[in-house]
Each structure stands twice: as C-alpha cells, then as structure tokens.
Design a protein around this ligand. Structure first.
Ligand code: HEC
Ligand code: HEC
Length: 484
C-alpha cells in the first residue's frame, strides 16, 4: 500500500495542527453561510426568507454535518460507503480501502512525477541536508504540518549531545512501525512526503481561499469581492451547472472536465489558467469545487423541500445528499460521444454548414449569432415589458451570444469541443442543443462552418494566445475525444 506509513504516522497529530495553523483568516471565511437565494432556472427562484422561521439554523447545521467547515471540509460518509470501504475524502486511496479510487494508477504516476518537479528546490535541499532551506508550503497547511512534525521528531535532541538524534519512538503497531534512526532514513521519508503528496480537502480549501475565493466566494456562490466587476461572472457552483464540460446539458461534470477548466482557464474571461499549480493541487481543487457544488446543490434541494412544507429529518437530509452524489458519480455515463472520425472540411461541407446555420429549422444559429456570426442576431435581445433587453442565463446574468469571428472558444477549440457545444447546447445559457433531426454529418458541417468564421479573422494575433489550442498534451486523455 502506497504511502500508508506516512499517513498512519501522522494521522493522530495532524487534526489538531490543522485547525490551529491559520489564525489570520477572516472570520467569515472560517464558516460557510447560506445562499439565501435558490435558482432552479430563469423564472423559478426560492428565497430563504420566505421559508418557515427557524429554517436557517437547521439548514446550516445539516450542511455542516454533511460537508464540514472551510477549516475542516469533509464529506459525511453514507452508511453504504462505510460498508463498501468507499470514501470520497480520499480520492487517492483505492476504493474498498477507504478511498474512492478516482485517481488512477496512471494518474498517480503523473502526480508523483509532477510533485518531484514542483518540489525540486525542497527536494534538493533535503538531499543536501540543508533542511532550513525547505521553504514553507504555501496553500498546503496539511503538508506543512506533516513536514514540521517529521522535522521536529527527527531533529529532537533527547540525549542532549547537541546533534539531532534522528530517532523517533517506535509505534506500538508493528505494521506501522517506522524508525528514523539515521539521517538517511529521514531524508527518504522527507522526500517521500513531498513526492507522494496529495492534498487533503483542508489543504485545497486553503489554496482556494488564497487563489479563488475573491472571485468565487467562500461557499462557491460566485459572489467573491472581485465578482461585481466581472463579466461573465465567476461561476456560481451551487446549482452544480458547469458550462465547459463534455456531458449532457445540466448534468454533473466529470473530474476531467473540472480539471481541464481549472488548468486551462476560460479564455478571455476573468477565469485565469492555473497551469502553474501541480497536478496534485489541481486535483485537490477539483475535489474542493465538487464539495462546494455538492454542498450548494444539497442546500438548494433542501430549501425546495422546506418550501414544500417538509421538515428536515435526518432521512430527508441523507437521501437528498445521496441523490446529489449519485448524479456526480454518474457523470461518465452522460458523456457526449461521437462515432467515427471528424470529416474533412470540404467546400460542400462548409456550404452545408452555412445553410444549416441560417436555417431556422436546422441549426438556427443566426437567430442569436447573427448572419455574419457577430453575435448580433435578433434573439440576442428579448422584449421585457416593452423594453428590449439582453437575454439572461440561468444564473440571472445578462449574456451575449459569442462573436464567432473572434476565435474565442472558452470550452476548447478542437472540433470535438465545438461539436459538443452544438450537440448539447451550453449548460445554463440560452444556447440550445441542435434538433435531433440533424445527422452526424450535419453537425460536423456546422462545426467546420463555425471554425471557418474565425479562420479568416486573425488580425489580433489570437493564435499565439488561444487557450487549449490543440492542447492534447496535458496528459489528461479524454477517452471520448480520442482520435479527434
Ligand atoms: C479573477 C476571477 C477568478 C478567479 C481568481 C478564479 N476564477 Fe474561476 N471563474 C471565473 C469566471 C469569470 C468564470 C466563468 C467563465 C466562463 O463563463 O467562461 C469562472 C469559472 C470557473 C469554473 C467553471 C467552469 C465551467 O465549466 O463552467 C470553475 C470550475 C472555476 N472557475 C474554478 C476556479 C478555481 C478552482 C479557481 C482558483 C484556483 C478559480 N476558478 C479562480 C473567475 C475566476
Ligand atoms: C438562443 C441564442 C443562441 C442560439 C440559437 C445559438 N447560440 Fe451559440 N451562444 C449563445 C450564447 C449566449 C453564447 C455565449 C455562452 C457563454 O459565453 O457562456 C454562445 C456561445 C457559442 C459558442 C462559443 C462556445 C465556447 O466554447 O466559447 C459557439 C461556438 C456557438 N455559440 C455556436 C453556436 C452555433 C453553431 C449555433 C447553432 C447551431 C448556436 N451557437 C446557436 C447563444 C446562442
């Protein structure tokens, strides 16, 4: 079993250390609040203030039981999970062995390799015995605590001879026995601590607090302090809707979908890319975004039950939570695949694409994107009480159909990415899926036509900056897109 010795050595001490290591944080960030406003779609919103009095406390209590606090985020284990040895708090441990097994052996090898790269400076310092050059681990309090503890244990000078002892007490359980009885063993353990690191949810919550919270907010409601200045707005994760995923409209994203968008960013929106983070860190952020989304979705559904006159019994709470989890765990079945190869963009295919783009019963794209693709079609506005206004998305934000000549494709610009946008529409936005009557070839015709609109307009030199431009090398083989 990989890493078990490290884990068990520190399991006892780490909880106490974790909660004490971040004293500067703002009070508000130490606890999660309630959203107060629960959107189901554009026209259906429930408000907390309209729910029976006393609801706040019980809702908050239920959510804390299920998902913990920002300092100690943690998924409550369902009974079945305990029986099956399944634990989504540990995606890096095998399923059946108190993990969820979501990090595959292959991915684990990539993570270790990447850890070695990211921690190269520290690893060199450890190898050279210059332990004071091991700089603090930013945004990873759990790792910091483990390092500090390992260091303190190893560097103790119990015998008072002025030199570190490099001896730790023997654990009473032989299988977990580890003795740092030489500097060499210490170095090995210290290096292993770094190369085999996978962030716990509390580490990722801290990284999120430092890097994401000012946009996405403490609870992930998209309401951080920077958010009012941004358009498009930072995603509100709470309804569990993600736009740039390969799954059917409004279904939960796969890990790889979230991984890609965090790693690559959303081109020309305020959502930066986080390529500078290690794979382990990005996976940890996926875990944490999922926690916030599951917490938010559970809150929303419980608010709906309360609105319907139900009481928050423990059965209702755990059923609702289990239902949300089921959807997240079923994401792989919702992937939009396509058979065969991408056809060549022949002149005939492009002409067919143009025809469908302009056909109200075909693609009907022109109605929003305009006949030149500039995003100025008539349906980009709607009439509200006699006033013409921008259309809005399901989060309640104004939204502008993309200028398709700009070359901006936030969900990726590979043909398969555009294919998916067309086949499923864009989750949470007014952009619909194309009708079922369109054949596979029709869809590819539209894809190629769309791509051709920006091919001729690259005066801004966007090519060099384009996100995810032919980005197949991030090692995240997306099974559904192989061959495209
Ligand atoms: C400066 C503001 C900003 C910061 C910082 C930021 N984001 Fe975002 N994020 C956005 C915006 C804006 C969007 C919406 C982009 C869009 O609609 O294309 C977004 C969207 C997302 C999405 C949803 C993508 C989808 O498919 O719907 C995820 C997930 C996400 N961000 C995660 C993160 C994480 C994790 C961090 C921190 C490591 C982070 N963001 C930091 C602004 C930000
Ligand atoms: C009801 C209006 C509407 C219709 C009809 C519509 N779109 Fe869109 N489309 C939008 C909006 C709004 C966005 C912006 C979404 C965003 O930025 O989150 C968009 C974005 C896009 C994008 C950018 C995707 C990305 O990765 O950034 C493409 C490509 C696109 N549309 C193609 C099409 C095509 C092709 C059709 C016809 C098959 C079509 N749209 C029909 C409203 C529409």
């Amino acid at each position: 079993m990989r890493r078990i010795h490290i884990a068990s050595l520190f399991a006892a001490g780490s909880l106490a250390l974790l909660s004490s290591c971040d004293i500067q944080a703002q009070a508000k960030e130490r606890s999660y609040g309630l959203a107060g406003e629960y959107r189901f779609d554009k026209s259906n919103t429930i408000y907390l203030e309209d729910l029976p009095t006393g609801t706040d406390g019980s809702l908050l209590g239920a959510l804390e039981m299920l998902c913990g606090t920002p300092a100690q985020p943690q998924f409550l284990l369902l009974e079945d999970w305990v029986d099956d040895g399944y634990d989504p708090n540990y995606p890096d441990y095998p399923e059946g062995d108190m993990g969820s097994g979501e990090i595959t052996e292959d991915e684990w090898a990539h993570i270790e390799e990447d850890n070695a790269r990211v921690f190269a400076v520290q690893l060199r310092a450890i190898a050279a015995g210059e332990y004071d050059r091991v700089v603090p681990f930013r945004g990873a309090p759990g790792l910091q605590a483990k390092w500090d503890e390992l260091f303190a244990e190893a560097m103790g000078d119990e015998d008072g001879d002025g030199a570190p002892d490099f001896i730790v007490e023997e654990s009473p359980n032989p299988p977990d026995y580890i003795a740092i009885d030489s500097e060499e063993v210490f170095r090995e353990e210290a290096a292993l601590l770094l190369t085999s690191w996978y962030p716990r949810l509390s580490d990722s919550a801290e990284l999120y607090r430092l890097e994401c919270l000012h946009c996405h907010g403490t609870e992930g409601a998209g309401d951080g302090s920077t958010a009012p200045f941004l358009h498009p707005a930072p995603r509100n994760y709470q309804p569990g809707w993600f736009k740039w995923a390969a799954v059917e409209n409004k279904t939960k994203p796969r890990r790889v979908d979230l991984y890609n968008v965090i790693s690559e960013g959303s081109y020309t929106s305020a959502m930066p890319n986080f390529k500078r983070f290690s794979r382990a860190q990005i996976h940890g952020l996926v875990d944490y975004v999922r926690l916030l989304a599951i917490r938010g979705e559970t809150e929303r559904l419980l608010a709906l039950e309360l609105d319907g006159g139900e009481y928050l019994t423990s059965e209702l709470i755990s059923e609702t939570y289990a239902g949300v989890w089921e959807q997240w765990n079923g994401a792989d079945e919702k992937v939009v695949h396509c058979e065969g190869d991408v056809p060549e963009p022949t002149a005939e295919l492009l002409a067919r694409g143009r025809e469908l783009y302009m056909d109200a019963n075909g693609g009907n794209c022109f109605s929003c994107h305009g006949d030149q693709g500039l995003g100025d079609g008539a349906s980009a506005w709607e009439d509200v009480d006699g006033v013409s206004q921008r259309i809005v998305d399901d989060w309640g934000e104004e939204i502008i159909p993309r200028d398709l000549t700009s070359g901006i494709f936030r969900g990726g610009r590979r043909p398969i990415d555009i294919y998916r946008r067309i086949a499923i529409g864009i989750t949470g936005t007014p952009m619909p899926a194309v009708p079922d009557t369109l054949t596979e070839e029709d869809r590819w015709a539209i894809v190629h036509y769309v791509l051709s609109l920006s091919d001729v307009h690259d005066g801004l030199g966007l090519d060099s900056m384009r996100m995810r431009a032919d980005h197949a090398d991030h090692g995240h083989e997306d099974q559904a897109t192989e061959g495209h």
